[in-house]
Design a protein around this ligand. Sequence first.
Ligand SMILES: [Zn+2]
Length: 50
Amino acid sequence: MKKQHLPTKTCLVCGRPFTWRKKWEKVWEEVKYCSDRCRSQRNKKAIENP
Ligand SMILES: [Zn+2]
């Protein structure tokens, strides 16, 4: 397999970078969270910044 440079984004909830996934190929522009868990946490409450 060739090395591929996949796009990455930073999750707005946990702040960790995540890499493009096949399941996001059609919605990558709209993806803001690394996982469903983070997405649901986003809806719960805003991040508490000290
Ligand atoms: Zn996350």
